[in-house]
Design a protein around this ligand. Sequence first.
Ligand code: 4AD
Ligand code: MG
Length: 466
Amino acid sequence: MTDQPSIVRVRDILAAEEPGSCVQVQGWVRTRRTSKAGLTFVEVNDGSSLANLQVVAEQALPNYEAISKLGTGASVEVRGEIVSSPAAGQAMELRAADIRVVGDSPDDYPLQKKRHSFEYLRTIAHLRARTNTFGAVARVRNEVSRCIHEYFQTRGYLYVHSPIITAIDAEGAGEMFQVTALDLENPPRRDGHVDYGRDLFEDRAYLAVSGQLEAEIMATAVGGVYTFAPTFRAENSNTFRHLSEFWMIEPEIAWCDLDRLQDIAEDFIKCIFASVLDRCPEDMRFFNDRIDSTAIETLESIVGSRFVRISYTEAVEILEKAVEANFQFPVSWGMDLQSEHERYLTEQTFRKPVIVTNYPRENKAFYMRVNDDGKTVAAMDVLVPRIGEIIGGSQREERYDRLREQMAARGMDPEAYWWYLDLRRYGTVPHAGFGLGLERTVQFITGMANIRDVIPFPRAPGLLSF
Ligand code: 4AD
Ligand code: MG
């Protein structure tokens, strides 16, 4: 029996230093060219790299007829020898000893050579991962995720899992999807209202907008934790930076104040950017060439410089003076900073990431720690050019009475949050945390214009396929 050569990824073949080894490759045909001289060149991609492997097939192969007609998108298994490539643009190619056509792909394959718009590709999300752009996005997204785990794992944080189904609104913004096992056509009623007591959880249930409150429980037991989970927002925002389902990383750190939290957030983001530059150079060159010609330079300069840190009050002062900007939403102390304001600060004023702290308490969530001025809370947002807010976080209100006041001011029912309040009754500690949006991070790194193109199967208003 002959030895089967081992299966090798395209990426490793292209990086091979020496020709000569016999290998097996499994992948999909990107293009095929058949010459009159009786040679067929098949570009095979297996997702391990942006670059394809050139496979050279000679007429002597028993199934040459089929090989010379291979369609784009077909799946093949190729055995052959790695040889130095005479062609420009690649060092190695594969001289085929055997090509097995595993699954043919007829002419109506939607990804023919021409370039497609991202809007169109969203309608074929089951195939778009086979394009250069979406393969590169998938690899960068994977690297960001890997690096996030490494960052926290090497610093002693525990990865914890917060529930997806919950009874409470952690952000208090009322943007929750409801979850029910009741028959919506005919729900049980009581006193004129739906009787959720007869639903599966015997209570009204929702999809979590955040895992923070549970992360606080864990942090006040073990010190430092992080979640990495999908979160859901029913907000009807049809923008280039909003999804209804997105992934959030939420570290929560006991014995931590807002100053240290800013240091951690800055270090964390720089680590992610540096890691992508280091480990995805080919994909980053692609984004730089095809999507945003400043992509690499932007990441490098962020990694090598310090973020700006200003208070909300200072930010408002800057924005009030920016008459030339002609904001759609006029600026005054107390207002929510809009996307246009965030972009002005990061793109015009400072041209780099900006951490804004100490926002007015009215606009922010109930759990944020009230500052001594009584008007602001120890909140922070990390803003970046183009995307605006990429991180939202705060020091938490650890004082029982203050937290009760914060809840009362928002008309919240303390009974529903009894366990959250308990954390302030039994061994309370100063603690702080933040949430990083995974998709906004990948969007910023790659320069992709729309957040729907950095997650394989986006969920947004009107978008549910796949
Ligand atoms: O500022 P947010 O709402 O903060 C929280 O949820 C806190 N519980 C975090 C914490 O302190 N543990 O959201 C955090 C981040 C935002 O900065 C943004 O990057 C991302 O989550 N985000 C979204 N990303 C995509 N689509 C949306 N609709 C998003 N909403 C927030
Ligand atoms: Mg926020």
